[in-house]
Design a protein around this ligand. Sequence first.
Ligand SMILES: *[C@@H]1O[C@H](CO)[C@@H](O)[C@H](O)[C@H]1NC(C)=O
Ligand SMILES: *[C@@H]1O[C@H](CO)[C@@H](O)[C@H](O)[C@H]1NC(C)=O
Length: 192
Amino acid sequence: MNKHPAMTSDYLSMLMILALALLVAAGHSECHPFVESQIPGHLGRNEEKLTHLHFYDLLVGPNKTSVKVAPANPGSPLAFGIVTVTDEILTNGPDIYSNVIGRGQGTYAFASMGELVLAATVNYVFLVGEYNGSYISVVGRDPADEKKRELAIVGGGGLFRLARGYVELTTYSIDLETGNSIIDGNFYVYQY
Ligand SMILES: *[C@@H]1O[C@H](CO)[C@@H](O)[C@H](O)[C@H]1NC(C)=O
Ligand SMILES: *[C@@H]1O[C@H](CO)[C@@H](O)[C@H](O)[C@H]1NC(C)=O
């Protein structure tokens, strides 16, 4: 074996530079960590509790807000492809004279070619009392012509931060001519 002195010292200095670079990199990542463990109590609430909310979702009256933003393609079965955006009125009773407690803001897409099924994405924001400004985020499958539908609560904001659970929606009344409808909603929410 024939050692090449120049090659060996080049190799050594290269190793040293590499080691130095690694040290500097390690130092940098210590200075600027981007991940940090925290104890759950940091969020201020420790105990997860189950809350039941019951209210109505109104798409009726002069201020009915439901805008079709995308039509179905001609010939599509069962309105497949329609997308609507809604700003529904949430009330504590099943008519427009009930107290307004919030809004249901979201989109509904007619997402089935074989059934009347909506893909729903809705934020239920509350506008009164201690829940004012807090909201529950719901995503789910809504077979609109079935009596009872179940959608997932996937999160929320404010007092509903980190929420999870499910919603049962039942049609309270519907006027197929005008599209006016009242939905009865039972929300079961695990929240902190
Ligand atoms: C409808 O909107 C108008 C104007 O914003 C408002 O004055 C009225 O109270 C609303 N009516 C209902 C039933 O929400
Ligand atoms: C809800 O909060 C908003 C914004 O902070 C405030 O303007 C409004 O008066 C509050 N409503 C009630 C009923 O407390």
